[in-house]
Design a protein around this ligand. Sequence first.
Ligand SMILES: Cc1cc2nc3c(=O)[nH]c(=O)nc-3n(C[C@H](O)[C@H](O)[C@H](O)COP(=O)(O)O)c2cc1C
Length: 194
Amino acid sequence: MIRIVGLSGNVKAPSRTAALTSALLSEAARGLAAEVRHISLVDAAPILFRALRADQLDKNGLEIIETVENADALIVSSPVYRASYTGALKHLFDLVDYRALTGVPVILAATGGRASHGLMPDQQLRPLMAFFKALPLPTSVYAVESDFSDYGVESEALNERIAEAGAELRAALTQPAASLRRKLTEPTFARRIA
Ligand SMILES: Cc1cc2nc3c(=O)[nH]c(=O)nc-3n(C[C@H](O)[C@H](O)[C@H](O)COP(=O)(O)O)c2cc1C
């Protein structure tokens, strides 16, 4: 059974980030024999902050960290806070063994208040995953308030991006890495001009 774990860095509920992670989890697991687990930092952070180091984790904290360390695939998602991911999400990753996520495919995602912070997943979450030698997938997902309705994913553009990211994760889990390569079906811009 493939274990897909969604991590939402939200520190409040209800949460658009958690809604986005749920949608990504459903899409990523579609058609797979997968066990899906969703961890929201609003619930996990009070447990994890009882430990400042991994050797201080209690039973509940250890269970959360080991769930992340044993995942076959991750969705790492956060609200943008101060142009980055939340401190609560960073604390979780500070407790994860640095060797545990090598080669693990990861969908990067975020929600924010402003479109101009749309590169947060690529500029902040991607380097964090690079530290772990994980395999962040090509399509990151970013959403703003207008993409949601009543804390549910609403916009067509966002649903398309979720589908794209989900397909990449399924491909990473089931096919060789070469299958991530997408060949252009149209002429490149350079060719079109020539
Ligand atoms: C402390 C704090 C800092 C924030 N900083 C940013 C920011 O730098 N850029 C941005 O686009 N939105 C920022 N926001 C807005 C949140 O990212 C946005 O409302 C997000 O969708 C909330 O997600 P949630 O519903 O999962 O909590 C901030 C919100 C808070 C509370």
